[in-house]
Write a protein that binds this ligand. Structure first.
Ligand code: NOJ
Length: 739
C-alpha cells in the first residue's frame, strides 16, 4: 500500500494545522549517542512502564501526595524503568527525575490518563465533541496540559480516536462519536493543545493517540471484544482520525486491547509496522495498553510470557505498559535469535526520541512556581463552564418551554439535579477539594432562578409520586434530571439496556398529568433510548456528563443566558436493539422508509418490525432558541474542490449559531457506499432576520473510497445535502468528471 492509497488523504486538507513540533536538528544524533552507552538491561528498562512506586499515601484518594519509597528511587537511578504510570505530585516527579539523571542519565516519561480532567474537570470527550469547535478543543487540552504537569506527569493517554458506532460500548463516552471527520479534527486539535507549538517549552505534555485501531467496532458493543472488518472500512472509517493525529505530530500511539481479524492489535505488524509506520509516517513511540502484552496469552496466541514479548516487540510495540514480559524474557529471545538486537535498539530509539522531543534531557525537573503562575483556576473554571454550555444539545423545545421565562417558579427534581459528583464523568479527577459546587441546582440559583429543589426520586430507584406532585403543583414549570450515572459508562461499562431505568418515566407522566410543562435534562455518558420521554417532555436538554462546572453551563442554556450550541455527534436510538446505529449506514438492496402506514418501515425492506430503524435524534441534530431556513443551495465543482453554498436565514427572534453541514453520497459506486457522509461544516452567527451566504469548500480528493486495496475518487454523479443535520436538507446533484 502506498500513502496515496489511504482514503482520507483529502480530509487532511480540512485540518488546518501541520505538525505541532519540529524536532531539534540534533535529536537523532543525541538519541544515537545515548543508545550507544546503554547496557542491554538498561535498554530493556527503557521499554518498560512500571505501575508500582506509588507514594506512601497511595491508598488515600489522592495519589499525588505522599513520599516515595527509596528502593523505588534506587531502581529509577539504575534505569530499571523507562516510564511510570500514575500521578505522584510535582515534588515526587522532580525526585524521580533527579534520581534518574543522577543515575542512568535518562529521564522518565510519567504518564496518566488526563482525558478530560487533571485538576479542573471538563465535560467528557463525547460531550465536548458536540461543540464542533476546534478552538475549544485545543484550549481545553492546553489547560489540561499545564494542570497535568503541576500534578507531576508529562504525558497523557489522550486523545481517544475510536470511531464508535455502538452506544452499548461504554467507551463511546471517551471519544468524539461516530464520525471520522469530527473525531479526527477533535483529536488533532487536542494534540495541538496538549503538545503546543513546542512540546519542550515546560508547559506542554506528550499526547497519545489511542486505541489503535477499530476498538470502537467490538462485536456487540462489548468491551475488549474481537473485531472483524473489511480492509476498506478500516481505511475509510477507522484510520482517518489516526492519520490526522499523526499529521498533527502526536508523540505516542497506543494499540488497542482487542483482536483485529483474529490478530490482537498488540502484535499486529500489519497495523503497527505496515500502516502506522510506513503509510502514516509515524516516527514516535508506541506503548501497549495496560498489560496487553501479557494478555496475548489470554487471546490464545502466545503460550507464555516469552512468546508474548517476542510477538509484541517484533510487531512494533516499543514500550510495554505494566506487565513485565519484555524485561523478564527478551534477553533469552535475543540470545536465541527470535528477536534481533536491531529491533530492540529501534524500540529504544523511539522511546528516547520522544524524551528528547519533550525536552526532558534538557529540563528534567518541573518549575513549580512557573507552573503555579501559569494556572489560573478561575479561568479554567470559566473554560469548563463554556465547555458545558457548548456541549449540551437541545433535542426538543415545544411551545418555547425553554428558555425559562423570567420570574417563573421552577420545581427541580431528581437526585442528579443536586449532585456535584454526578456532573463529573468517567475520567475525572476524584479529588473532592477541586470541586466547585456546580450542580444544576447551584447553577439555576446563581442565574437568579426561583427554584424549589425536591429530590423525589433517584434514577435507578423508586419515585415518591406524592413529592413530585406537591413540588410540581407549587411551580409554573418542572425541570427534572433523567438519564444514567456516569459510573455506568467508560471503560468496562458496556450495556445491553440503553432505556431509562427505574421509575423515571413515572415522574415524567406524573408531571404531565398535572398539566405542568416538563423540561427533561438528560445526563449520561452515551446515547440512550428514550422515545417515551421524547413524547412526554416539552423540552429535552442532553447534558451528557458536563464536568465540574457543568451545572453552571447547563443553567446558562436553560435560562437563555447562553444560546444552545451543541449538535449531536452520535445518533440517539429508539431502542437498544437497533444498535449499532449510525447515520452513515451503507445503502441496501431493499432500503426501508418510514411512512404513516409503516411506522417502522415496510416488511421485506431493511427494517425492524417493532421499532424504527432510524434515529430518534440523528447525527448533527440540535435545536437553538431560534429557527433558520436554508435556500439557494448549490454544489459547484471548481477545479480540485466542490463549493457547497446556501443562503441561511435566521427566521426567529434570537441570535443563531447555525452549524451548516455538508453531506455527500456517491450515487453509483463499485461497492455499496454510505447513504450520506459528512464532508465539511461551518458555524455561522446570524442576528434575527439576518441572511448570510455560507460557502464550504470540500476537496474532490476527499470524495473517494477504498476498493480492491486502492483509494480512488470515481467520476460520476454525487448527491449532496447542505443541511442542519444528517437526516434533512434538499437533495442536490453534482458530477465529477474523469481527469
Ligand atoms: C486501559 C485503557 O484502555 C487505556 O485507555 C488507558 O490509557 C490505560 N488503561 C492506562 O490507564
Amino acid at each position: 500500500m502506498k500513502k496515496s492509497q489511504i482514503a482520507f488523504c483529502a480530509l487532511l486538507a480540512l485540518c488546518a494545522a501541520g505538525r505541532v513540533h519540529s524536532a531539534p536538528a540534533d535529536v537523532e544524533a543525541r538519541v544515537e549517542a545515548t543508545l550507544a552507552r546503554l547496557t542491554f538491561d538498561e535498554k530493556l528498562g527503557q521499554l518498560w512502564q512500571f505501575s508500582g512506586g506509588q507514594p506512601s499515601e497511595a491508598a488515600s484518594s489522592d495519589r499525588s501526595k505522599g513520599t516515595l519509597d527509596p528502593k523505588f528511587l534506587e531502581a529509577v537511578s539504575a534505569g530499571r524503568y523507562g516510564s511510570v504510570i500514575g500521578k505522584r505530585g510535582l515534588e515526587n516527579y522532580n525526585a524521580i527525575q533527579r534520581a534518574a539523571m543522577d543515575g542512568i542519565g535518562i529521564p522518565l516519561l510519567i504518564g496518566h490518563d488526563m482525558i478530560h480532567s487533571a485538576t479542573t474537570t471538563y465535560p467528557i470527550p463525547l460531550a465536548l465533541a458536540c461543540a464542533w469547535d476546534e478552538s475549544l478543543w485545543e484550549r481545553t487540552a492546553s489547560a489540561i496540559a499545564v494542570e497535568t504537569l503541576a500534578l507531576g506527569c508529562n504525558w497523557t493517554f489522550t486523545p481517544m480516536l475510536d470511531v464508535a458506532l455502538d452506544a452499548r460500548w461504554g467507551r463511546i463516552a471517551e471519544g468524539g462519536g461516530c464520525e471520522p471527520l469530527v473525531t479526527g479534527l477533535m483529536g488533532a486539535a487536542m494534540v495541538r493543545g496538549f503538545q503546543g507549538a513546542d512540546m519542550s517549552d515546560g508547559f506542554h505534555i506528550a499526547a497519545c493517540a489511542k486505541h489503535y485501531v477499530t476498538y470502537g467496532a467490538s462485536f456487540g458493543g462489548r468491551d475488549y471484544n474481537a473485531v472483524e472488518m473489511a480492509d476498506s472500512t478500516l481505511r475509510d472509517v477507522y484510520l482517518p482520525p489516526f492519520k490526522m493525529a499523526v499529521d498533527a505530530g502526536v508523540a505516542t500511539v497506543m494499540p488497542a486491547f482487542h483482536s483485529y481479524n483474529g490478530v490482537p492489535c498488540s502484535m499486529n505488524s500489519y497495523l503497527l509496522r505496515d500502516i502506522l509506520r510506513k503509510e502514516l509516517g509515524f516516527d514516535g513511540m508506541t506503548i501497549s495498553d495496560w498489560s496487553a502484552v501479557r494478555e496475548l496469552l489470554n487471546h490464545g496466541v502466545a503460550g507464555n510470557k516469552a512468546d508474548a514479548a517476542v510477538l509484541a516487540l517484533n510487531a512494533g510495540i516499543d514500550m510495554e505498559m505494566v506487565s513485565d514480559c519484555y524485561v523478564t524474557t527478551l534477553k533469552a529471545a535475543v540470545d536465541s535469535g527470535r528477536v534481533s538486537m536491531k529491533t530492540i535498539d529501534d524500540a529504544v530509539r523511539n522511546v528516547l526520541r520522544v524524551k528528547y522531543r519533550l525536552g526532558l534531557f534538557d529540563r528534567p525537573t518541573l518549575d513549580a512556581a512557573a507552573l503555579a503562575n501559569a494556572i489560573d483556576p478561575a479561568a479554567n473554571r470559566a473554560l469548563a463552564r463554556e465547555c458545558a454550555r457548548k456541549s449540551c444539545v437541545l433535542l426538543k423545545n415545544d411551545d418555547g418551554a425553554l428558555p425559562l421565562k423570567k420570574g417563573v417558579k421552577v420545581a427541580l427534581l431528581g437526585d442528579l439535579a443536586a449532585n456535584e459528583w454526578q456532573m463529573l464523568g468517567c475520567w475525572s479527577t476524584r479529588d473532592l477539594s477541586n470541586f466547585a459546587n456546580a450542580t444544576l441546582l447551584a447553577g439555576l440559583k446563581a442565574d437568579g432562578v426561583d427554584v424549589n429543589y425536591v429530590e423525589a426520586y433517584t434514577l435507578t430507584g423508586r419515585v415518591d409520586l406524592a413529592a413530585v406532585e406537591a413540588a410540581a403543583c407549587g411551580a409554573d414549570i418542572v425541570v427534572a434530571a433523567f438519564g444514567d450515572y456516569w459510573e455506568n459508562s467508560g471503560e468496562g461499562n458496556s450495556s445491553a439496556i440503553l432505556e431509562l431505568k427505574g421509575d423515571q418515566m413515572k415522574v415524567a407522566e406524573k408531571v404531565k398529568s398535572l398539566g405542568k410543562p416538563l423540561v427533561a435534562v438528560v445526563f449520561g455518558g452515551r446515547p440512550m433510548a428514550f422515545p417515551d420521554l421524547a413524547k412526554t417532555a416539552d423540552a429535552i436538554l442532553m447534558a451528557w456528563n458536563p464536568g465540574g462546572c457543568g451545572g453552571w453551563g447547563l443553567a446558562d442554556v436553560l435560562t437563555g443566558l447562553a444560546e444552545p450550541w451543541g449538535r449531536l455527534t452520535v445518533d440517539m436510538p429508539y431502542a437498544t436493539g437497533t444498535c449499532p446505529l449510525y447515520y452513515s449506514r451503507t445503502t441496501t438492496g431493499r432500503p426501508a422508509a418510514i411512512t404513516a402506514n409503516h411506522p417502522f418501515g415496510h416488511r421485506y425492506t431493511s427494517c425492524y418490525n417493532d421499532a424504527p430503524f432510524v434515529a430518534l435524534y440523528p447525527f448533527g441534530y440540535g435545536l437553538m432558541y431560534t429557527t433558520v431556513e436554508y435556500s439557494g443551495e448549490k454544489a459547484v465543482v471548481e477545479g480540485d474542490s466542490v463549493a457547497f453554498s446556501a443562503d441561511v436565514t435566521n427566521t426567529g427572534a434570537r441570535e443563531a449559531n447555525e452549524l451548516v453541514q455538508v453531506y455527500v453520497r456517491d450515487e453509483v459506486a463499485r461497492i455499496a457506499r454510505p447513504r450520506r457522509e459528512l464532508k465539511g461544516f461551518k458555524r455561522v452567527a446570524l442576528r434575527p432576520g439576518e441572511t448570510k451566504r455560507v460557502e464550504i469548500k470540500v476537496p474532490v480528493a476527499s470524495l473517494g473510497y477504498t476498493v480492491d486495496g486502492r483509494y480512488a475518487v470515481e467520476p460520476g454523479g454525487f448527491s449532496a445535502w447542505i443541511a442542519p443535520d444528517s437526516d434533512s436538507g434538499r437533495n442536490l446533484h453534482f458530477e465529477i468528471s474523469a481527469k
